[in-house]
Ligand binder design. Structure first.
Ligand code: THU
Length: 136
């Protein structure tokens, strides 16, 4: 799977976004090493704070299907003129399972930029922080 193909899957997921409040559809596609892709879209709520982002939808689908490891990349596609980088809450949630994940952030015209999650969330707090790096 090429980066371009993963981004295309994220773009396609915007169709399912539920965005009556922001009118800002976002799609995500999370790639695993074996080629499995978990997709997601943002799902908003009339209690605005209950909204879930596209990335976390994809993450929750993966974890709830038993896939907690082996994630290689996530593509995120928004409708803005700027690249759709993940919000802070999504960075933290992704960091828990894949601190070295590649992140592909796409904008409205389909162009995208890449970064690692560790670049987006330097000195992040994760499972290793709780047990001070030791296996417990
Ligand atoms: N959103 C995402 O789904 N992912 C992001 O990376 C940024 C923001 C959603 C949340 C909300 O439904 C809408 O975009 C506007 O913030």
């Amino acid at each position: 799977m090429t980066d371009q193909e993963l981004v295309a899957q994220a773009i396609a997921m915007q169709e399912f976004s539920y965005v009556p409040y922001s009118k800002f559809p976002v799609g995500a596609a999370l790639l695993c090493a074996d080629g499995t892709v978990f997709t997601g879209c943002n799902v908003e709520n009339s209690a605005y704070g209950s909204t879930i982002c596209a990335e976390r939808t994809a993450l929750l689908k993966a974890v709830s299907e038993g896939r907690r490891s082996g994630w290689t990349a996530i593509a995120i596609a928004g409708q803005g003129e700027d690249y759709c980088w993940p919000c802070g809450a999504c960075r933290q949630m992704l960091y828990e399972f894949a601190p070295d994940l590649r992140v592909l952030a796409a904008r409205r015209d389909g162009a995208f930029q890449t970064a690692t999650l560790s670049q987006l969330l330097p000195h992040g707090f994760g499972p290793a922080s709780l047990n001070m790096g030791r296996d417990t």
